[in-house]
Design a protein around this ligand. Structure first.
Ligand SMILES: O=C1O[C@H](COP(=O)(O)O)[C@@H](O)[C@H](O)[C@H]1O
Length: 240
């Protein structure tokens, strides 16, 4: 496993033997990025993903002593379900990240029940902090190489990945799974000072390295690897 930096591929890999070691690395990374941002402009923004991977990291972050009242947290993607549903990424964030020290953080959900994508964009626009370059964006990746709810089979895939688009939030249908999703588009997610991908387990690594090598643009994570807007910082833990 080595760091790869070429004209089209722009990523680094930080490896950990265990999930706990990875979480400690990431807490340290977030702490430094957040403190730097608060010092330079008075607030910090943190965009997180959902699914099963980040739960332990969220718990570790929530116990971290930071000036959380100056931190704006939102989601890279959301499943279009009520916030009480176990599938909801917002529920995951509220139950695990916005607790303890981080209970005073400003969480802006990506989706409210029955909200259209237009209404979501309008609600987002009410938070000027979320219109600036993000400080930290965390991506996750599914076994089919989807990321940020941009799925390989989705009709909206290319629209969500289009770097010339000025749309920041899009509703997508994964086709292969339910429910519908909301995603922040690729140009919006790449507008960040730090772009991280958290991977846990050899199975995820095999998908990632296969896709990174093959460079097939129809696998959405590829388009976050093979780009030169912002280096992708991959954090990989061997053990789940
Ligand atoms: O559906 C989703 O899946 C990906 C990966 O989830 P995981 O359970 O394999 O960690 C996640 O990054 C995304 O936020 C989520 O909505």
């Amino acid at each position: 496993m080595s760091n790869a930096m070429t004209e089209t591929t722009h990523y680094t890999v930080t490896k950990a033997a265990t999930k706990a070691e990875q979480e400690a690395q990431l807490v340290d990374f977030v702490r430094q990025a957040v403190e730097r941002a608060i010092e330079s402009r008075g607030f910090a923004t943190l965009v997180v993903s959902g699914g099963s991977t980040p739960k332990g990291l969220f718990q570790a972050l929530s116990g971290t002593d930071l000036d959380w009242s100056k931190v704006y947290i939102t989601l890279a993607d959301e499943r279009c379900v009520p916030e009480t549903d176990d599938l909801s990424n917002a529920k995951l964030v509220k139950d695990n990240l916005c607790q303890s020290h981080a209970a005073v953080a400003n969480f802006v959900p990506l989706f409210l029940e029955d909200e259209s994508e237009e209404a979501c964009r309008a609600r987002f626009a009410e938070h000027p902090q979320l219109s600036e370059t993000y400080d930290v964006v965390f991506l996750g990746m599914g076994g089919d190489a989807h990321t940020a709810s941009i799925f390989p089979e989705a009709a909206e895939r290319d629209m969500a990945l289009d770097m010339t688009s000025s749309v920041n939030i899009l509703k997508t249908d994964p086709v292969t799974v339910a429910p519908l999703r909301l995603t922040q588009t690729r140009p919006r997610l790449l507008d960040t000072h730090n772009l991280l991908l958290q991977l846990i387990g050899e199975d995820k690594w095999d998908v990632f390295s296969g896709v990174a090598e093959a460079n097939t643009p129809d696998k959405p994570i590829t388009q976050f690897i093979h780009q030169i807007t912002i280096p992708l910082q991959v954090y990989f833990a061997e053990k789940k």
